[in-house]
Write a protein that binds this ligand. Structure first.
Ligand SMILES: NC(=O)c1ccc[n+]([C@@H]2O[C@H](COP(=O)([O-])OP(=O)(O)OC[C@H]3O[C@@H](n4cnc5c(N)ncnc54)[C@H](O)[C@@H]3O)[C@@H](O)[C@H]2O)c1
Length: 690
């Protein structure tokens, strides 16, 4: 038949990634269709509900990623095809997927298609012609916005551009076949995006402006500015030269520490969901109803996370007053989100309608998952768990939000420890992404898997941790904070320490962070430590601060002072005086401390404790530790997390530096002994994330 249209389908679940096998099959299909005189045109589409999510990430850093036919080759085959190639876009089409679609002669899309070039998010730029073809298809400014932000854009916003030849309400493939037939019958010339002339008169002015605005908001990230350069080249250079220029920039960016760090974080996210002894097909329990015990700071935020995800929550408190106060706080927080336009008003009503306040355990009989967030006291928690065992279904999952208590002991208060685990949220729980999922000695595999899946539903980044005091994040931060306090004794001021860490990239220095979290939290923990670990050194300086009632923002004063209703940390001479007198008591002559030393001591303290956590199996992998710090502690994404940062320094250098730090007068020499795992890896020339 004269008018046969061949349909080639990218089929590589879950997102039709353009992996090696898919590229081989696609190139083979194209060659066959082009050689077959019975085929007049070709439709290229994706299996399932999308076109393609781009490169196959499972192939990154393997020889397959660069094996022929590469994406570049595939793009050339499509673009130079002698028969019309029509892309049928049936949903998401991003990254390399969009670059491939841009090489097709025509594009037909369903109305729910969205397109984007997200490479900048992993510190790269689109390296298969995206920066040269997209400006030709949608215009310079729209393309630059998409490429610099990495954001997805819906067909609606680009419908009138050369990116889409037709937008259909029907099936994309059917519409594309009809389109292809018409193109053949009408003998339409093969349209190539590369041939579109860009007419952009005031390019220099515009790109100058774009560079300034981009530079102002992306100072630690080289990729966005390179994106501007690449798009500028689409205007100033002939197409082939522009492609070569794009390639050059791409190869530069791949090598940058920032891109390596962002790629590491990207893979860390995926790796964290995998638990070595729990296969993906492990059966899970169904979670339809949730209960939260305690409507305080954490209980309220945890309830909000589930309500926002559309899950009904029963909230239990001790008295009607406390319950009312808790519910009112939840409502107020949702209302604040509406005021900030972060939540639609009808979503507020929908969320509140799912909330069921109660004072009675008997109302928990239909709960599939219960999260306890009562006071941090073992006796109280055990009592609550005994009640839960009595009042809930036999297969309900029972979770505790404890920060410091032994999850195994809490589980032991029940006769079904297999159903018990920790779900350690971070404050404010409705905002913070991190969730440490604490696996008890007896936690069932199905229980752990169920909770990891639930975390996704409430949009949390879940990381598995073993049972120990502080789990991953807080166990490490204790040593970070110990170093911060020692530095005060030795001569630094809180503001200097904070500034040094913020310059390093931390969202907030340690003293501002402590003032936000409440200095009394650490105080309580230290009092326990003085008894449990008398050999461990702590500066008593923070205790002095707390003894004077300076708990932080909530009392208007901590390491800094705060004006009513404001969060700006203002240096306070009273704190300086307190530090000076404390040094005198210790007989310490203050010295000038360089910012580099401050950063090394705090960050390497995280690294050394992280290494112990890894060796003990508390964390499953180094990248889990990195993820905890990236999502829960404001660690700079362009440094990839503490363990990755140590890898980039080189573990030999890290171990050496620790030995130097041990020799500083007043140093906690014992702590700076490199952890055995760190020493071993350093000796073998290896890395944590190896
Ligand atoms: N605040 C944080 O930053 C943070 C972070 C992570 C985990 N946690 C943990 O979360 C838990 C709660 O902390 P919080 O900061 O929300 O404390 P909170 O004092 O604000 O809230 C505790 C709530 O539990 C209620 N409660 C106490 N005993 C109860 C009982 N037997 N039955 C029902 N309700 C009871 C109290 O009335 C109070 O409203 C603690 O285990 C804490 O360690 C706190």
């Amino acid at each position: 038949m004269q008018n046969t249209v061949a349909v080639i389908t990218l089929d590589n679940p879950p997102v039709n990634g353009l992996g090696f096998e898919t590229r081989v099959e696609t190139a083979g299909g194209l060659d066959r269709a082009l050689a077959d005189s019975g085929v007049a045109a070709i439709v290229l589409t994706g299996a399932g509900k999308l076109f393609s999510g781009g490169a196959d990430i499972r192939e990154f850093n393997t020889p397959k990623a660069t094996a022929e036919p590469t994406l570049h080759t595939l793009i050339r085959i499509v673009e130079s095809a002698s028969k019309p190639v029509v892309a049928a876009l049936n949903g998401t089409c991003v990254g390399g997927g969009l670059e491939l679609a841009l090489a097709c002669h025509y594009r037909v899309a369903t109305a729910n298609t969205s397109v984007g070039l997200p490479e900048v998010r992993i510190g790269l730029l689109p390296g298969a012609g995206g920066t040269q073809r997209l400006p030709r298809a949608v215009g310079v400014e729209a393309a630059l916005n998409m490429i610099v932000s990495g954001a997805n854009v819906s067909v609606r916003d680009l419908a009138r551009t050369a990116l889409f030849d037709e937008v259909t309400q029907d099936d994309a493939v059917e519409a594309a076949i009809a389109f292809a037939r018409k193109a053949v019958v009408e003998k339409r010339p093969l349209k190539r995006v590369r041939d579109i002339r860009i007419d952009y008169p005031n390019a220099d002015g515009y790109f100058g402006f774009a560079r300034n605005s981009v530079a102002a908001v992306t100072k630690n990230y080289p990729a966005p500015l390179k994106c501007v350069d690449a798009v500028a080249a689409a205007v100033s250079k002939p197409f082939e030269e522009g492609l070569r220029y794009e390639r050059g920039l791409f190869l530069q960016l791949v090598q940058t520490p920032e891109s390596r760090a962002l790629r590491h974080a990207f893979f860390a996210q995926r790796a964290a969901a995998k638990i070595p002894d729990i296969p993906d097909d492990t059966p899970t329990r169904s979670i339809r109803n949730v209960a939260v015990i305690g409507a305080g700071t954490m209980g309220g935020g945890i309830a909000m996370s589930f309500l926002s995800a559309g899950l009904p929550v029963t909230l239990l408190e001790m008295s009607p007053e406390l319950l009312d106060r808790g519910v009112a706080t939840i409502r107020r927080n949702f209302e604040a989100s509406v005021a900030k336009k972060k939540l639609a008003p009808d979503k507020l009503d929908a969320a509140m309608a799912l909330l069921r306040p109660t004072l009675h355990y008997d109302d928990l009989s239909n709960a599939d998952l219960v999260i306890e967030a009562v006071f941090e006291e073992m006796d109280i928690k055990q009592q609550v768990f005994r009640e839960l065992q009595r009042a809930t279904k036999p297969d309900a999952i029972l979770a505790t939000n404890t920060s410091t208590l032994d999850v195994n002991r809490i589980a032991a208060a029940t006769s079904r420890p297999q159903d018990v685990l920790g779900m350690h949220f971070f404050s404010p729980a409705n905002v913070m992404k991190l969730l440490e999922v604490v696996r008890g000695d007896k936690t069932g595999k199905d229980v752990l898997k169920t909770v990891m899946d639930v975390a996704k539903r409430i949009r949390k980044t879940a990381v598995v941790a073993g049972v120990c005091d502080g789990f991953i994040g807080n166990r490490m931060v204790e040593h970070y904070l110990r170093q911060a306090m020692f530095l005060l004794e030795e001569g630094a001021a809180p503001a200097q320490v904070d500034r040094a860490l913020e310059k390093f990239g931390m969202a907030m220095g340690p003293f501002r962070m402590s003032d936000l979290a409440g200095n009394d939290v650490g105080w309580r923990i230290r009092k326990r430590r003085y008894v449990e670990k008398p050999h461990m050194r702590y500066s008593r300086i923070a205790d002095r601060l707390c003894e004077s009632g300076r708990y932080g923002q909530k009392t208007g004063a901590g390491w800094y002072r705060y004006e009513a209703g404001r969060r700006d940390a203002i240096a306070d001479p009273a704190v300086d005086a307190m530090i000076v007198s404390y040094r005198k008591e210790l007989g310490v002559t203050p010295r000038k401390i360089a910012d580099d030393e401050i950063v090394d001591r705090l960050i390497l303290a995280l690294v050394n404790e992280g290494a112990r956590i890894l060796e003990e199996g508390i964390a499953l992998r180094a990248s889990d530790i990195d993820l905890v710090y990236l999502t829960g502690y404001g660690f700079p994404p362009y440094r990839g997390g503490p363990m990755f940062y140590a890898d980039t320094l080189g573990l030999y250098n890290v171990a050496r530096r620790m030995k130097e730090l041990a020799r500083i007068p007043n140093a906690d020499a014992e702590f700076w002994n490199p952890a055995p795992l760190l020493a071993r890896l350093a000796g073998e020339g290896r890395t944590f994330n190896g």
